[in-house]
Design a protein around this ligand. Structure first.
Ligand SMILES: *[C@@H]1O[C@H](CO)[C@@H](O)[C@H](O)[C@H]1NC(C)=O
Ligand SMILES: *[C@@H]1O[C@H](CO)[C@@H](O)[C@H](O)[C@H]1NC(C)=O
Ligand SMILES: *[C@@H]1O[C@H](CO)[C@@H](O)[C@H](O)[C@H]1NC(C)=O
Ligand SMILES: *[C@@H]1O[C@H](CO)[C@@H](O)[C@H](O)[C@H]1NC(C)=O
Ligand SMILES: *[C@@H]1O[C@H](CO)[C@@H](O)[C@H](O)[C@H]1NC(C)=O
Length: 420
């Protein structure tokens, strides 16, 4: 229980322990049962995006929304969201594929109203596709496995790289007819998946993706500052962990997070505390995180992933930050890989042009690790240090000034890689 205890601490320590205990549980239940109207009768801060799905948010903001279900070669059913045209109905010319990070979903890219990257790209005439990795809110389905089974959750970012990305990206190529012209933009785990994909299938990646932009890219983790690193010493004992954490869904009880998000919203006192939890994992940035974003973010994240994904990250930290396949222990590795240690992902294989955007105060994607990554990949076309000392891991998505600090530059870079 030590590890799950620690995880609970990392993710929502203070909110639960300080506030929920002091509140009458029945009262809390009544509050949670209230419908949106009642909760918001006199509250002008109410933001419907907290309760809507990604496609509903897209439509609410005046854009066309499409949903596409693709099946991976191992049977997962993933839902892709698409904004095919801008608000004037002009069809997007070049596909841009946005891939969310750990415990997140396509909603990440549309939560900041007119400052959302997905909307900015659509306005500029791009055909915007939003990926959803296996196991999250929108991709929690399989052709023959039930999400209640352990088999369903037997995946990490490795499987997202070798199954999910090939399925989603070839679907985008097929539908748009623009094979080879996709601009791939990943945040955090959305970059890790790409590195798995492009290092193991370099030719396919190179003939599918025109440019990869990594926002807070994560492959090496030697310099990670987040408290997540305290998990690392346990991460090599996979069986022990699996026994205690369960090898299924990570934090599956959405109610706890719903409770938190209501709690944060209704009991004004703990707003600050809830925000501190995000900061404790991602790096502190008081100025760029708008308090009004908190309930909206917690209405969508965490969006579900497997415990194995979390363990895989913790293992990388344990293995001195090297980027390698899942460690099943000596015996397990011999069966799985024929070697006592897991194979390293060969980043030098990646010949898709890459552009990395990073921040000094990012506790997960440390600049030193990003430089090492940039030296490894075959074709790094640039590095961009966000010009704000306090900018953190989630600021790439939701910062007040994300358009000015990050997206303007991003757009100028992707314009250099137009449809051929
Ligand atoms: C975005 O919305 C805000 C408030 O709704 C408005 O003040 C601002 O001008 C808008 N920005 C753009 C670029 O449309
Ligand atoms: C999970 O996958 C690994 C590797 O493919 C396999 O060795 C193991 O038996 C699987 N476990 C379950 C519960 O399906
Ligand atoms: C894309 O098209 C090719 C050839 O038409 C087909 O083999 C493949 O299954 C399609 N992929 C997807 C994801 O639809
Ligand atoms: C990658 O693809 C481009 C064309 O899309 C080609 O010019 C280039 O030679 C390829 N690079 C490698 C290493 O295969
Ligand atoms: C990694 O890939 C590069 C380029 O494809 C190759 O030259 C190198 O030998 C590979 N390294 C390993 C350890 O396999």
């Amino acid at each position: 229980m030590l590890v799950s205890g620690l995880l609970v601490y990392i993710f929502f320590d203070t909110c639960l322990s300080l506030e929920i205990n002091e509140i009458n549980k029945d009262e809390l239940f009544n509050i949670i049962s209230l419908n949106d109207q009642e909760t918001c009768k006199n509250d002008c801060d109410f933001n419907p995006d907290e309760y809507l799905t990604a496609p509903q948010i897209i439509r609410r903001h005046g854009y066309v929304s499409e949903s596409h279900v693709v099946e991976t070669s191992d049977g997962f059913l993933l839902t892709l969201h698409r904004i095919p045209a801008n608000r004037n109905g002009e069809i997007g010319k070049q596909p841009v594929f946005l891939q969310h990070g750990l415990l997140s979903s396509s909603a990440d890219w549309v939560l900041s109203a007119n400052k959302s990257l997905a909307f900015i790209l659509s306005d500029l005439g791009y055909d915007v596709w939003l990926g959803n990795a296996r196991g999250n809110t929108y991709s929690r389905a399989h052709a023959f496995l039930s999400p209640d089974s352990a088999k369903f959750w037997n995946f990490s970012f490795h499987e997202m790289g070798i199954y999910d990305l090939p399925a989603m990206l070839s679907h985008v190529s097929n539908i748009t007819g623009k094979e080879g012209d996709i601009i791939y933009i990943g945040h955090s785990m959305g970059t890790t998946m790409f590195f798995v994909y492009a290092s193991l299938f370099p030719e396919i990646a190179n003939s599918t993706v025109r440019l990869m932009v990594g926002l807070a890219p994560v492959a090496y983790t030697s310099h990670i500052k987040s408290p997540i690193r305290y998990l690392a010493p346990w991460a090599n004992d996979f069986e022990w962990l699996a026994k205690y954490l369960g090898i299924k869904e990570f934090l599956p009880d959405g109610k706890i997070m719903k409770l938190l998000s209501y709690g944060c919203e209704l009991f004004k006192i703990d707003k600050r505390i809830c925000k501190e939890v995000i900061f404790a994992v991602c790096g502190f940035d008081e100025d760029q995180f708008d308090d009004k974003m908190l309930p909206v973010v917690l209405g969508h994240d965490p969006a579900g992933s497997s415990t194995k994904t979390i363990i895989h990250y913790a293992q990388e930290i344990y293995h001195e930050g090297d980027f390698m396949e899942f460690d099943y222990g000596v015996d397990g590795n011999l069966i799985q890989y024929g070697t006592t240690t897991p194979p390293l992902y060969n980043l030098t294989n990646i010949n898709v042009p890459t552009y990395f955007m990073y921040a000094e105060n990012d506790w997960l994607a440390n600049p030193i690790d990003v430089y090492r990554l940039a030296r490894k990949v075959a074709k790094n076309v640039g590095l961009y240090d966000v010009p704000l000392k306090t900018f953190n891991h989630v600021d790439f998505l939701w910062a007040r000034d994300a358009p000015k600090l990050v997206y303007n530059k991003l757009v100028s870079v992707i314009k250099l890689f137009p449809v051929e």
